[in-house]
Every structure is written in C-alpha cells, then in structure tokens.
Design a binder for this molecule. Structure first.
Ligand SMILES: Cc1ncc(COP(=O)(O)O)c(C=O)c1O
Length: 448
C-alpha cells in the first residue's frame, strides 16, 4: 500500500489482529485462537463476552493491589485532568518528589535516593550505568565489568540482555555489551526439589564471584546484578545464606551489589522489598511493576546515599548525570504510584502477603503428585511448577496449559516454556487460592 493511500484511510481502517506485532507472544498461534481481555476488577479479568478470568499471575507479576482499585483509578483520572505532562529535566512537579520520598521510606535504611524510569528494562540499564559512573566519580575508571547470573532476567535493553542469562533473549541480538561475566544459577533439582521457601542447598554458589575476581581482578569489576528471586526463569528462590554471602564478597572487593527487584518489590515476598525479607541491603535496587500496581508504566532505581553523594560535585549549573527519559516521573505515573502506595499501606498488603504465605505454600505444594509435575518452587506469594516437556516440542505443554487455563478454566497462568508460574494480586483470599489451585490441577491433568 502506498504511503498516500494509508494517509487517506481516516475512516475504514480494519480492526483485525494483524497490525499489532505482539511482544513475547507466538503471534500466529495467538491470532488463530486469541485470548482477549477487555475489563478488569479486583481479582478478575473479563473477556469481551463477559467471561470472568481469575488472575493467578497478577498479570505480568505487577498488579499487586488488585485490578482497577478505586483510589488508584480516581488518582489517575484527577491527575490526567490537572497536569498532562511536565518535564523532569530542569523542571519538575511536586508529586515526583513526594513519590520518591515514599519509595525511599520503604527501601532499606541508607537507600534514600530515587531515579525514575518508565519500565524495568530502563531501570536495569540505569542501574548498570549508575554503577559504572559511580566508580568513575570515585576515580576508579577501570571498574567497568558487569556480572550477571545464568537464568537471570533483567529486561530487554542491551544492558539487560547482556547481564541476563536467558539464551532465547540473547542469541539473535549480536555481541551485546563487552566485559560481562555470569555467576552460575542457583537451581539444582536433585538438592532442592519441592522446597517450600528458600532451599537449604546452594549458598556456596555465591563463591563463583571469587572465581571471577580471581580471573579479572576486582579493580575491573563495577557491579554484580541479581534478582533476589529469579521470576521469569521459573521462580528460583535464593538458597539460604546465598544473598548474604554475595553481599560479603562484594564488600570485600568494593564491588557494587544491584538487586533487580522489578518483581520482588512492593510486597511480592511479604515485605516491601526482598532486601528486607533477606536482611541484605544492596547498593542499588531496581523497581517497576508493583510501584503503580501495573496501572501506568513506571520504573526506577533506589540508591544508597553514598552513591548519590558521589555524583554531587562538579559545576553547579551542570547536570550531575547525563541520563534520563522524557517520561521519567510522568505525572500520571506519579499519581498512580502515590495512590498505589496508599492502598498498600492502608490495607497492610505486604503483611497480608506474609501472613498468607504458609497457606499459599501448602495449597500449591498439593499439586506435587499430579501427573508430569517435576518440581514446585514457592516463595512469598509466587510459585513455579515444572511440567514434563513433550518429547518433541519443548515449551508446548506450558503453552497449551496457559491456553487451556484461559479458555476452559477461566484462570490466567503464566507459561514460561514448560513451567507454569502463579503470583496472585496480594488481595487474594484463601478461598480464591483454593479456587486457583483447583483450576490449575485440572489444567495439569488436561495437558499431561
Ligand atoms: C527482574 C526483572 N527485571 C526487569 C524486567 C523488565 O521490566 P520491563 O518489562 O518493565 O521492561 C522484568 C520484567 O519482567 C523483570 O522481571
């Protein structure tokens, strides 16, 4: 079609499924049998025909406060009517400072400064850049190497896929960042199968960092980035003592520790951040998703005071860091963020998640004897259920389970290859947990 013809189409543009190239989706399979959702409320989605779908995954691990919560909706509506946009470069609106203070207040002590982005991927790239620039500010220019971990997911920017450890997200995208190494992942089925919470086995794997230091010298290493719990590769809780050990090794060598808390932030593990659950304070922490309960895109990083202060020098008329996004601290996102944090506080949702954890753990572990269930890992209000793969088609069983869940059982499950993940909104009730587990049980029986 010519450009001119396209521009003439002011009325009759067909609304079919073709134009939208869907992210992280098998487009042809989806478009042959779509899973459409058009409305949501509290624990449920609704299809265009009005069928209820219970949200077993907080959508993409993000709707922690539940869907379309009135205070959040109203704050967004009010903000949109009052201030459409304000630049965060050189100007600012009051809500951005208020939200930064509120997030810093939830973060561990000494982490008091917040930089806003629009997504988790941008938060990760921001964290990596800040780490390298921090060492430069301290006169340690040789510290540029970044260490990620196998089976890590840190979004899809070039920084994030470089430190990430998911082969499918890396293999077609060229050389990526130079100077990146990876720690081993922490999952071992033989030692950890069907563990509730953090496995006993695996703290020693943090010592991988010692090997990398021995290979490259600590003076070349800027930072280590890990998800406290790896979500996207199937819910891998940290072994007991692992994060503490990583912290000690980082301290020993002056390496910054970055926690990617895009999933684990805002109550998912029964505390404001995983850092609090594990009593380990990183130097930089990313967040996104739960900060607005998914209602408006937003992400960011929280840094230790020492990091922020290291940048606060140089000429006072110049920016201290040449980094930022047009939509950093967008008014709509700040309004949504403030209202969301109020819901978390007023309904004590992080503690609610903590109290529900034992019930959740028992309920999901009851699936362990279903056919083809190879392992179940649980921590906080999350679970990963490994299903036996089809001999000829890795990932197909998980895809079928997700589709069967949606179309036949009315549940949203995350299918990550042949692992099913659940992470419900934190407002979930015990009865709804039972309902989700029953539905998932039937889904597993149906696809095995
Ligand atoms: C740990 C982690 N980091 C980063 C990201 C990327 O976030 P986004 O999709 O908002 O870019 C995700 C997304 O799931 C994530 O789980």
């Amino acid at each position: 079609m010519s450009l001119a013809k396209k521009q003439d189409q002011t009325v009759a543009v067909p609304n079919d499924l073709e134009a939208f190239w869907m992210p992280f989706t098998p487009n042809r399979s989806f478009k042959a049998k779509p899973r459409l959702i058009s409305r949501s409320q509290d624990m449920h989605y609704y299809t265009p025909e009005g069928r209820a779908i219970i949200d077993g995954s907080a959508a993409l691990w993000c709707v922690n406060a539940g869907h379309n919560r009135k205070p959040i909706v109203e704050a967004i509506q009010k903000s949109a009517a009052e201030l459409d946009y304000a630049p965060a470069f050189q100007f600012a609106h009051p809500m951005s400072f208020e939200l930064a203070s509120r997030i810093a207040d939830l973060a561990p002590k000494t982490m008091d400064h917040v930089f806003f982005t629009n997504s988790g991927s941008e938060a990760v790239d921001t964290a990596l850049k800040v780490a390298i620039a921090y060492h430069h500010a301290k006169g340690q220019d040789s510290r540029t190497r970044l260490i990620g971990r196998e089976r890590g997911y840190h979004g899809v920017g070039f920084g994030g896929i470089s430190v990430g450890g998911m082969v499918a997200n890396r293999r077609f995208f060229g050389a990526m960042l130079p100077g990146v190494d990876h720690l081993s992942h922490t999952y071992n089925r033989e030692h950890q199968q069907f563990t509730k919470g953090e496995p006993e086995w695996g703290a020693h794997l943090a010592d991988d960092l010692e090997k990398i230091v021995a290979l490259h010298d600590a003076a070349t290493i800027a930072a280590v980035i890990v998800e406290p719990m790896s979500g996207s590769t199937g819910v891998l809780p940290p072994p007991k003592g692992y994060l503490q050990r990583l912290r000690q090794i980082c301290d020993k060598y002056g390496i910054l520790l970055i926690f990617d808390e895009v999933i684990t932030g805002f109550g998912r593990l029964g505390a404001a951040f995983a850092a609090e659950r594990y009593g380990v304070t990183p130097d930089i922490m990313t967040f996104a998703k739960g900060v607005t309960s998914g209602s408006v895109p937003m992400g960011g990083i929280v840094v230790r005071d020492e990091i922020y202060n290291a940048f606060m020098n140089g000429p006072e008329h110049m920016p201290e860091i040449f980094h930022g996004y047009t939509y950093s601290a967008h008014p709509l996102a700040c309004a949504a963020g403030l209202a969301t944090l109020n819901v978390y506080r007023d309904e004590d949702l992080f503690n609610r998640a903590k109290k529900l954890e034992p019930y959740w753990a028992d309920a999901v572990m009851s699936l362990k004897d279903e056919p083809g269930v190879l392992d179940i890992r649980q921590v906080g209000l999350t679970v990963g259920i490994d299903l036996a793969s089809k001999p000829d088609a890795f990932g197909k069983r998980g895809y079928e389970a997700m589709g069967h869940g949606f179309h036949e059982e009315g549940i949203m499950l995350r299918g990550m290859a042949d692992t099913l993940a659940m992470s419900p909104p934190l407002i979930v009730t015990e009865a709804q947990i039972d309902e989700m587990v029953d539905k998932t049980r039937r889904v597993i029986k149906a696809v095995m």
